[in-house]
Design a protein around this ligand. Sequence first.
Ligand code: SAM
Length: 308
Amino acid sequence: MGRSSKDKRDIYYRLAKEEGWRARSAFKLLQLDEEYQLFQGVHRAVDLCAAPGSWSQVLSRKLRSSNETSEVKIVAVDLQAMAPLPGVIQIQGDITKVSTAHEIIRHFKGEPADLVVCDGAPDVTGLHDIDEYIQAQLLLAALNITTHVLRTGGTFVAKIFRGKDVTLLYSQLKIFFQEVTCAKPRSSRNSSIEAFVVCQGYSPPEGYKPNMSNPLLDHCYDVDFNQLEGPNRVIVPFLACGDLSAYDSDKTYPLQLDTGKEYNYVPPNQPPIRPPYQEACFLKKNNLLAKERPPSPVSTPPATNTSE
Ligand code: SAM
């Protein structure tokens, strides 16, 4: 394949190089901003899963051109190292770790962020179910860390795969944001299930305490769920149904016979049709269950001829 063939096939790939973006994904964030004015009034922004850095470039160019640069703080996090960018503080770290959340806050001098973006993607395996699952876990990790660093009313934008369980993710996001929209920028290929959730108006449930082991999101952490309180604890209502004076199913009750009457066995109204155990019952009843004995592995020594 010639060096120019990707340039010809992919206009965004070519434009990214021409305009100085590190990756074509810069256009996705730019197009999301055109629609949602994501950067309006933003002074502190976090770019999760940032390498090689095209989204951080967009944040840097947009926020620093419309504000006093000293007022703007951008923190970028990725597992991988990233080449430096003007006005972007880098953390080489894991977004699933609470220590990363603390480091972000430290860079903001204790102030929360106005905007968190996440274009995170795991290494794609090509097995759709696994890829969708891992992407969903990464999105939940991004949401989790966002609850530590975002201000009330703030915005969260993240990559999502529109797989079969996407509605579950939407409802989890709706717990934390007033407005959740799914957006597909023009620069995101139609053939890809990738899209972006734009979550506006951060408003966690009352009393919610940011917690990396939030059971609303994930159960994979080593945590005593009984110790969690308030909205951090998921409680499924338990309802005891029926009249409490009805028969207790754990108790044994004597046969209730009218005086002078014998117990009369009543067969089930509808016994199972050809149940799997029928053959076993038949074999047992007819004493046919005994297995044939295999020949003994220890061969008996040949009889010695004593007559000689
Ligand atoms: N938005 C970036 C840009 O515009 O250049 C591209 C991001 S790239 C598609 C996905 C990134 O997610 C990778 O660099 C990967 O290292 C990062 N990533 C995946 N899991 C991560 C994690 N647990 N913590 C931090 N970064 C992670």
